[in-house]
Design a protein around this ligand. Structure first.
Ligand code: URP
Ligand code: ZN
Ligand code: ZN
Ligand code: ZN
Length: 462
């Protein structure tokens, strides 16, 4: 009797807690059997012997088609970003809807939905960005949005046009607590950064490397301490995103010791890049401009330690793609060779998991279960998608990435699928890559070849 649509056979299956040899049976988009000798019951058999069978990745920190204050357009739309995500082993991504000043949240959301709907290769769920917490927004619009399933939002302590001051942070946290919404905080001290930018401009230090020297560790450490303290005062859990260094990690550890509930995230750029990359010849350093900036090797080691010992819950890309060679790109920002106009952010949704797999699992820094937790399970738990997403279990969506742990890949932007024109990881030699990816039981990529249709990805209300 054939009652399974697909059986994945002979692979080593891993979840956030266990590793086992078994076949996976799939029907109606769900995992319906974990067992042995399932091939005989299935219409389509995927042989995974010698491979790892893992939950599809969830990247909960991705920027797509977000307007920037300076009118610069991001290099990805939902089609290219989700295609790139899919080839990197992801089955769900969580981009942000940025509310522009003066625009209603409802309008913002409907605009993002019209950009995303029917144009995705992965499932998608949105966070909001709150940059203008007026009484009307906090009192009416945000509660309505949370009620409609937009249950998480990011706030910024930096960037001219996005930052909230402490009073605004407190008011926003307070509303989030009442609504049970999840708050993500970008921690950098904007006044300190502005002070340093002015000093650098006065000294005519305008090259990309000044981006890193005007956003020092102390600015992130101080803001992390403040965010954790303000959250403690309001008594809400917080997510501290894109943590880049050991001192900020220490602030999180101290906050937890005092009893605060803190979820912590780091990203590939803090593992394999350093501030020295911003010193590249000509203007090449602009390719590595993101905030917080990459730090030094001691901070890389601190981030690895945090990934291994459980200090970090989430490993996200912070994919935020801009072209390098384009009139509005990183090479010639607004026609001015000044670091402060270089758009902030780097592409990385496709390379996120291969970097952690190769540098982490294959080099013995973290084990396979930790890899699954950091790249999938904990994202689903943090943002309310678990157990439908983020694990391999009976009843969960059949979102599965089959990894060849020995496939050697040298990162070349030409082989990636995003809309940028470079990769900050160009030339990085990696071992291990996802070769076959299923989304809700549909084979999207088979042996590294696309079988998906645009629009196979769905929106996930939470
Ligand atoms: O430089 C970065 N990370 N740009 C994206 C926006 C953000 O702060 O996450
Ligand atoms: Zn049978
Ligand atoms: Zn940020
Ligand atoms: Zn970000």
């Amino acid at each position: 009797m054939t009652n399974l649509e697909i059986a994945i056979t002979g692979g080593t299956v891993a979840t956030a807690s266990d590793t086992f040899q078994c076949d996976i049976g799939i029907r109606d988009g769900k995992i319906v059997a974990l067992g042995h000798d399932l091939a005989q019951h299935a219409a389509d058999v995927i042989d995974a012997s010698g491979k790892f069978v893992l939950p599809g990745g969830i990247d909960s920190h991705v920027h797509i088609a977000q307007p920037s204050g300076e009118g610069i357009v991001m290099a990805d739309d939902f089609e290219s970003a989700t295609l790139s995500a899919l080839f990197g082993g992801n089955t769900t991504i969580m981009p942000f809807c940025l509310q522009e000043r003066g625009q209603s949240l409802r309008k913002t959301l409907s605009e993002y939905h019209s950009l995303a709907d029917h144009k995705c290769y992965t499932d998608v769920s949105f966070h909001l960005i709150i940059c203008d917490p007026t009484p009307e927004l906090l009192g009416q619009e945000l509660p309505a949005a949370v009620h409609d399933g937009y249950k998480s939002f990011k706030v910024f302590m930096t960037y001219d046009n996005l930052r909230l001051n402490d009073a605004e942070l407190l008011a926003t946290f307070d509303v989030a607590r009442d609504l049970g919404a999840t708050v993500m905080v970008h921690c950098e001290n904007e006044d300190a950064i502005r002070f340093l930018i002015e000093k650098h401009e006065a000294a005519n230090k305008l090259r990309p490397s000044s981006h890193a020297s005007t956003r020092p560790v102390a600015a992130e450490r101080e803001a992390t301490h403040r965010a954790v303290s303000l959250a403690e005062i309001v008594d809400i859990p917080v997510v501290i995103v894109h943590v880049s260094n050991g001192q900020a990690i220490d602030e999180i550890t101290q906050g937890r010791k005092r009893g605060s509930s803190i979820t912590a995230e780091t990203c590939p750029q803090y593992l394999v890049l350093t501030s020295a990359d911003l010193e590249g010849m000509d203007w090449e350093g602009a390719k590595f401009v993101c905030s917080p900036p990459p730090r030094d090797t001691a901070d890389q080691i601190a981030c690895w330690r945090g990934l291994k010992d459980g200090t970090f819950d989430l490993f996200s890309s912070d994919h935020c793609p801009f072209k390098y060679n384009s009139p509005d790109g990183k090479l010639n920002p607004r026609g001015a060779k000044n670091f402060r106009h270089i758009p902030n952010g780097i592409p990385g949704v496709e390379t996120r998991m291969p970097i952690l797999f190769s540098e982490g699992v294959n080099k013995g820094r973290i084990d396979l279960n930790r890899f699954v937790a950091l790249t999938a399970t904990n994202h689903a738990r943090t943002y309310g998608l678990y157990p439908r997403k983020g694990t391999i279990a009976i009843g969960s969506d059949a979102d599965i990435a089959i990894w060849d742990p020995d496939l050697e890949v040298t990162v070349r932007h030409a082989d990636l699928h995003d809309g940028a024109d470079y990769s900050p990881y160009e030339g990085l030699e990696l071992r291990g890559w996802p070769v076959t990816v299923l989304l809700r039981g549909k084979v999207m990529i088979r042996d590294r070849k696309l079988e998906a249709q645009l629009g196979d990805g769905q929106y996930l209300p939470r």
